[in-house]
Write a new protein. Sequence first.
Length: 319
Amino acid sequence: MGIERAKEEAERISREALDILDSFDIVQIVNQLKDTFDIDITREGKISNVVKNEFIGSGLPNRDLEGIAYNPSSKKMWIAGEQDNVISEHRLSGERTGRVLDTSMFEKACENAGLESLAYNDIAKQYWTTTEAGMRGDGAMATPLGTKRKYNKLRFQSYKADGTISQQFFYETDDYQKNEYGDQYSFGVSALCALDDGRLLVLERECQLSFVENGEIGFCYEKLFLVDPTVYKDGDKLSKELLLELSTSLSASKKTNSIKGEFTNYEGMCLGPYLSEDTRMLFLVSDSRANQSIAYSLDSKPYSFPDVFLPIVMKFEDE
């Protein structure tokens, strides 16, 4: 499968593809959310404005909700919590149904590195989840703080459509690239996306923020990989194919009293419409850190983390 990032978020997508995109997925997404949010999305995929009309919650304490997967057959959604490592089923009104997936295999997950990703494909009839970083017993989370290993060893767990446990595979991230540790640091898998044929897209992410007045404030390196669990046996280690690399960084200048660059931290993926028989859209969604800003002691306008809705064109090639 070949994959191409849309240059400047749109220029590489053909006019025909943009017309289909305008009339299909983005419009449908906005229409589905219009009772909760008023969302303006540009043709380039930028979220230009969001106004919250109401909040739909479960009525339960926050458990650091990360992965979310919608099952169109049951018309319910599953949500993974990184704090408690529980995957619970919810009605679209927010309430829990009482059903949970068996996540006992993740009981040794490290703090703030638990269940980060959740994906479901209604054609393949499979759920997939994994932790952000390695668990205790598997080498724990690899960081530049002195861990012997520079990569994370993860477990990819699948479930059948009825929620019963299916297969588990091992997966190893690439090595981290930075050798220093900032004030906030994340390294591992930030998102999964399940394809119709049983394959998986895996988004690896290394992200750091440092509270400094001069020099590099932050960076985010991300790599998109393709894996094919269908050709492996339960318990095997998955090989992977690199499809795409993304990189952003921010720097502060005390001399010029300014912040330059950009910081885009993609944490979500979902499939979009087919543009042709062998071409389909993939959407990456960034984490805006709850619309936080960083200003430090600089007098310049604070830098706000962006909301970005990045369209990518995937082309499926014959084997």
